[in-house]
Write a protein that binds this ligand. Sequence first.
Ligand code: ADP
Ligand code: ZN
Ligand code: ZN
Length: 821
Amino acid sequence: MHFIDVILPIPLEKAFTYEVSAKEASFLQTGMRVAVPFGKSKIYTALVYRVHNEAPQTYDAKEIDQILDEYPIVSEKQLKHWEWIASYYMCSLGEVFKAAVPSAFLLESETLILRNEAFEATDETSLKDDEWLVFEALQHQSMLKVQEVSSIIDRKNILPVLKRLLEKNVIQLKEEVYEQYKPKLVRYVKLGERYISDEKLNSLIEELSRAHKQREVVLTLFSMEAATKKPIKVKELEEKSKASSSVVKALIDKGILEEYHLQQDRVQFEGEGVSPSKGLNEFQQQALGEIDTHFATNDVVLLHGVTSSGKTEVYVKLIEKVIAEGKQVLYLLPEIALTTQLIKRLQDYFGNKVSVYHSKYSVNERVEVWNNILQENSKAQIVIGARSAVLLPFRNLGLIIVDEEHETSFKQFDPAPRYHARDAAIVLSKLHEAKTLLGTATPSIESFYNVKIGKYKLATIDRRYGNVLMPDIELTDIKEKHRKKRMTGHFSDRLIEAMQEALEVGEQIILFQNRRGFAPILECNVCGHSPHCPNCDVSLTYHQYRNQLRCHYCGYAMALQEACLACGSSELDTKGFGTEQVEAELKEIFPNAKLGRMDSDTTRGKYGYEKIITAFEQQEIDILVGTQMLTKGLDFRNVSLVGIMNADSLLNFPDFRAHERSFQLIQQVAGRAGRTKKRGKVIVQTYNPYHQILQQASLNRYEEMFVDQINERKQFRYPPFIRMIKITFKHRDYNKVNEASTWYAQALQTVFGKHTKTEILGPEFPPVARIRNEYLKNIVVKIPNQQSVKQTKLSIKKIDKSFNAISNYRSVRIIYNVDVY
Ligand code: ADP
Ligand code: ZN
Ligand code: ZN
């Protein structure tokens, strides 16, 4: 008898065993996919984990339905890495499997299938009979379940057929319906190069004395160029000079005017791979030398380089070397949507060796990248991706770069696996005997601590590229400004003055406010009532644009009420403020400035960010207001001023990382200012200008901040001095959550309380204790460093088992979050 253990893409602890024939057993290898029946009628795609001869003891093994692959789609090292993730982050291997592979690899009976509009009906002849049956069914019905397909064709063949149809672009899966972005091409003009000098221009004007209209256009363009530093659109020129487009075209055809497009296509990256990498300056050169030296003896190096110090160019040199050795490179970023600028840059150097792995890309694109990596194809020798790219099938990694390593979005929050991509990257790198470079201007406390204790090595660049000065950060006391009546809405006179100066000379401004919406809280002046979400324990946020109150946790929305819902009074007041209100006030203060807003309300859709970033780059926006999205590594050339509307809202977060994060955020936003010749200016508005963190951030005192924070972490027992596991209990029934979490906490106390230094905190309700009608309660386990984390987790797993044996608690969901962020 022959059997295989498989990994199913579900949160099951154990591998499941199926029976296979002798022939199948000799064909199958670890990492191939098989279709298997599960439960009463479900079909799942599972991954072969082990081929063996031991029948399961407690159940009769079913037979598999079908073998789906001819070779493994998962590499050996990858599977080892997944195992580490499952065990370290306390989840099932199936959950890692599911998070790792493109959904096209996971066809199952519940998957919904749509026709792909892009498929031309004339291609029908390329379809096999069974494929054609599905294709035809989709002409009559817009959507099919896999189960329905099974009644159309022979059951055993469903998944392979769908796989082929996907490959032929005939169908798509439900979750993949995504927006197509057609980038807007904006035409600009300038005077042809031949005519740049005054002399040449004069003779040109003379030359055109009889072509009256053309002359008018040239003169208009000349005066427009003198008046503004900004690029001039063809449309604007036509309007100003009252010329028809044919006149402008004639000038372009003659070469008197030059037409150009500022649009950088953000979908079809057109890097040629022909640009030679830049020569490094002495500081970059020195950092590169340090990194090389450290890599000889150490696996992990932290590159601490201030914003705009040219870290990316240093990465490029390292990448050049590693790919010359024929090895793969993984370049991890906190959020891929925000980094089209970087992708373009790397493709300029490395051309089609660069692949991007992105959850928002189509299924075929993702499958293609996956296969290219698996086959060590040169097309995917350099892989740029966010978090989930650490789960890809690398075979021969030489280097992992974790850019902006301090970013908290590297930690997956929901659903499982709740892994930290930076930490998982270091483990992955070890499996490949590769090197990891962490890069940032503001290292996380954890990483810098690891440097201090010698676990990581350090390389530093402490000045900006091209002798550009670090931005000048000025703290403005708004308590004082309020007292002296120098505030206009949320703007101090100082900020307004600096903004006026910048706008006058055509420079751009970024304003940072931590909250979206108009105002977080609407409060009744008479009775103090503020409207709450019916599904969550949180106040609704006022959004002026739609005149709505909205919940930021579950999306619930209601129309704004004219009168208090509790007492009927109409004296309603707003407390706090968000990006929307900043924008509204700006309209009053700077009625002529062009405004843009970047927050999760304005960046919905696949290319939401790109549209705003492009508009800002092309200087179609003078002032950009935004949330933290603005901080992430963007390189704008013409921004001279950054305003932080209210630094206190950052500092007052109830979280042990709040101060560290405030420092990072202020420095990162500030880093967007003055990236070219002129020194950038940053104005930080605050009620506490003497707050230590603000002082440290404004004076670029990273080390001092680090020492303060690390001392606090030590004193109050927080990472990196302990490890934290948060256990969350979730249920619709309030009492059940209470009982279950209390039971669990007692069990933990019994195991750990007496003999170890492990601390059990809680159960306690979090600040928002009900989300989407489910109550939440947390237990936090603090594990001292000298104690085995592995053992502790095993003990917790045991408690988990006993917990699940109690029928009354079985419906309570438990979430384990290891290394809480
Ligand atoms: P960081 O990633 O440290 O914020 P970047 O790598 O984005 O900095 O560099 C900042 C700017 O300086 C970029 O516009 C980049 O093109 C330029 N730059 C950096 N290093 C060089 C170099 N060696 N030669 C020419 N330009 C450089
Ligand atoms: Zn009231
Ligand atoms: Zn809600």
